[in-house]
Each structure stands twice: as C-alpha cells, then as structure tokens.
Design a binder for this molecule. Structure first.
Ligand code: MN
Ligand code: MN
Length: 455
C-alpha cells in the first residue's frame, strides 16, 4: 500500500517535470534535444534520480544545470539516502552518487578542486596548490593558482622544477635570465603562456589595472610553492660581511635587509618595458623566447569545438610541458582517446563535464568536473570529455609532462584497421549494425571534439 502510493506520487512528479520542461522550452529544440524528449529513457522513464528511472544507455545528466539532487537509483536498483548528506558535493559529483552501469572495479581518486586547497594569504595576493599531497595521482605535475594585485610582486626566485604557466585573467609582467646571461622581460594577458626551464631565475608582477591571476604548472607532482629559492631568504641567511664582498660594498649597506623572505608583497607599479630594461656595457637581451600566445593560435579544425596545441614544436623552450587548450561547444564531446607518452593533468576553465576513465581489467570510473577542478588521467588509460551542458561551453587545458602533445583516437584507429577485423570484434554477425558502424568509421578522420548532432 505504502509502496503503491509512493509510486503514484513519483509518477505524478515525473509527469509534472516533463510538462514543465516542455512549457519552459519556448525556443525550438535542436535535433539532439528533440531526440532526448522523444526517444530517450530520460524522457520516457521519469526523472533521472527517481526509483522509476531507467536508462540502459547511461546518458549524461547535468545535475547542477538542471538543479537536480542525485540519488543512487539505477534501472530499478538502489535506494534513497537516509543518513547525513553533503548535497552540494553530491550535485558536483552526480556520477559518483549514481555511476553509469558501465563503471566497475576499484580506482584511485582522479579529481581535486582548487576549492579544497589551502590558500596562503600574503600582502596583495594569495596562492594555493594542487600537488601529489592533495591529489595522490598527481605524481607527474603540480599546479599552483596565484593572484597578484596591481604592482604586487612574486619575488625573484628559482627552483629545480621547470615552470609553465597560463594567464587566467588580467595582466602580468615576467622577468628572467638565460644561461648565457641574456635578460628577458615581457607583458602577458589572458591566454598567454610562459615557460622557465629548471633552475632559471625569474619574477612575476601584477600590472594595471587589476593585476593578474594565473595557473602555474611544474613538471613534478611533489613540487611545493613554499620551498622555492627566494632572493630575500638567501640574503637573510648570508653573513653581511660576505654580502659586502660579493657586491663590493660596505656591510652597513645591508642593515635594512628583510629578516626573512618577502615572497608575495606590494611593489611599485612598473613603467613600460623599454624604460625598465637594464642598460650597461655587459647587458644583453636573451635570444630565447620564454613566452607564447596560445589563444592567438589558429585552432585545429573539429566538428564540435576549437583545439589549440602547444608543445616544443611551436614553443621551442617548453621541452618538458605540452598542452592542449580545448573549447567544447554545448553538447559536444572530446572524442574517446588516450595519451601514450604521459599522464594527463587537466584543468577546467569553464563549464561542467563528465569523464569516464578506463583502466583495463574491467576497471572504469566516471568523474565530473567543473571550472576550477583538476583531473588526472594516468598514461594510456582510455577516456573522453563530455560537455554536460546544452547551453554553455566547456573550456579545459590538457597538460602533460612531455615535449610533444600525443594522443591516439579510437575512431581513427578503427578506421585505419581492416573492416572485417573490426566487425568480427564488435557485432557478432549482425549485418545491418555492422554496415552502419563501418560506414561511420570510413575515412578514418581524427576529430578531437565531436559535435552533438548526429548527421
Ligand atoms: Mn617560479
Ligand atoms: Mn585526454
């Protein structure tokens, strides 16, 4: 009796939800949405997180966009939740609460949000990091998110790891020197990169009007932003008599030295580069280019978005970090692929995404990511990125500790393989389905991001 009345109520809710969905859709629906409403299990069998829900194809659900609270119901199995809950976290990870039926086995955690990282607050800025200490799988790469207001300096320093960076917002000035003693100064803005090889000294400073925020990437997961070699730290731990001889001065000159490192601090606002550049008999400009304009590149052609790839082929100094900047249009997907030469360290810049990582031996797990989140996909593990939203793009950086961006496309692989061989694997003699599939992979085109429309 109780069960029956619950079912009826759930059914009525589902009908109400469907009616509301159709009422709200004033604009004509794109073909893909029509298909969802007409034929998909999501429309035909109730709300995604209800007892009645059934979806043998495991379609994605945009829990945040559709304001849904995930529950562990799947194709008739599962139950409600009775204990304490963190609903905001569950909504961010709908595919952990109700995994696709294809997920299986044990996998390490492959997701971290910078929102869960400790922020070190300093004068006019802050910094937070995602390393192997926050995300155990992040062994090849560590990431640091840093903000510097106008005039604020990340002080002169160096470290053993190479440093690659992507400017998220605002404007920043970078300085460095190379091994031949040549100096480098440049001003960067959103979408620009820098790369400082291992041990090369450098500095960063926020410019007008609002300073800058950027993502730093280091080619070791155990890097710590708190343990770099800093100018004022070294000076504070060197006898003043030694400083005096080193700089050919009286020791009294150094009485005002900071007692410990300054790290991030308010500096004076710099003038134009040409006014600031050091002059003198032995001063020379570097012959190397430590910076690169990634977003200014012509994108690679795909049906569902834009891809810009940067590695040592177009940014020669960057021999230990390769990256792709991907924009997935609403409803589009980064095709099924894997990377043979490095773990992927992904940083989500915009939108919401579903990623299933296949680890062989029947193991697969699905994670959801949104802006500010980090993902790791261990080398060679198969994966894709689906844009969960039908309205907003997903923007993501795929970053690798490698000199080249390398991937294998499942689509291209099968297209480049004898058709009979492919058919024998998948279709078990079903002629009609075999023909459709073989037609689709005919031509073997790599299409890094696939549009949502079925042609
Ligand atoms: Mn640095
Ligand atoms: Mn990838």
């Amino acid at each position: 009796m109780q069960l029956k009345s619950f079912t009826t109520a759930a059914g009525q809710l589902a009908l109400l939800w469907l009616a509301a969905t159709e009422l709200c859709s004033a604009k004509p629906l794109p073909q893909w949405n029509q298909e969802l409403l007409n034929g998909s299990p999501r429309a035909a069998h109730g709300r995604p997180y209800s007892r009645k829900h059934s979806d043998p194809y495991d379609h994605k659900v945009d829990a945040i966009g559709d304001k849904l609270t995930p529950l562990p119901w799947r194709n008739g199995d599962g139950a409600t939740m009775m204990g304490p809950r963190n609903k905001a976290r569950e909504r961010q990870n709908p595919d952990l609460v109700r995994p696709p039926s294809t997920d299986s086995g044990t996998m390490p955690n492959l997701r971290w949000s910078f929102a869960d990282s400790h922020i070190r607050i300093e004068e006019g800025g802050w910094t937070r990091q995602t390393t192997v200490r926050e995300l155990g799988a992040s062994t090849e790469i560590a990431g640091v998110n840093m903000r510097l207001e106008e005039g604020v300096i990340r002080e002169l320093h160096w470290h053993k790891e190479a440093e690659w960076a992507y400017v998220l917002k605002g404007k920043v000035r970078v300085t460095a020197i190379d091994l031949e003693g040549g100096n480098f100064i440049d001003d960067l803005e959103e979408g620009d990169l820098w790369y400082f090889p291992s041990g090369h000294p450098h500095s960063l400073q926020g410019l007008s009007p609002n300073g800058t925020e950027f993502l730093l990437v280091f080619d070791s997961g155990s890097f710590s932003e708190d343990s770099t070699f800093i100018l004022t730290d070294w000076l504070a731990h060197t006898p003043k008599a030694v400083l005096a001889q080193n700089f050919r001065l009286e020791p009294e000159i150094f009485e005002a030295l900071p007692k410990s490192e300054k790290y991030i601090f308010q500096g004076s606002v710099p003038g134009p580069i040409e006014e600031e550049r050091p002059t003198g008999e032995h001063i020379k400009k570097s012959k190397h280019n430590f910076t690169h304009k990634l977003l200014a590149q012509e994108p690679v052609n795909t049906t569902g978005g834009e891809v810009r790839i940067v590695d040592s082929t177009n940014f020669p100094l960057s021999t230990t970090i390769a990256a792709g900047h991907l924009t997935l249009h609403p409803g589009a997907m980064r095709e099924m692929h894997w990377h043979p030469n490095a773990d992927e360290w992904s940083f989500f810049l915009k939108g919401r995404a579903r990623v299933t990582i296949f680890a062989a031996e029947g193991n697969a797990r699905t994670f959801d990511y949104q802006a500010g989140d980090v993902g790791v996909v261990p080398r060679n593990m198969g994966h894709f990125i689906e844009n969960l939203s039908d309205d907003e793009p997903v923007e993501v950086l795929e970053i690798f500790r490698a000199d080249r961006f390398r991937d294998f496309s499942l689509f291209q692989w099968l297209g480049e393989t004898p058709k009979r061989l492919v058919a024998d694997h998948i279709f078990q003699g079903d002629k009609e389905r075999t023909e459709k599939f073989l037609n689709s992979i005919d031509g073997a085109e790599k299409d890094l991001i696939k549009s949502r429309y079925l042609d």
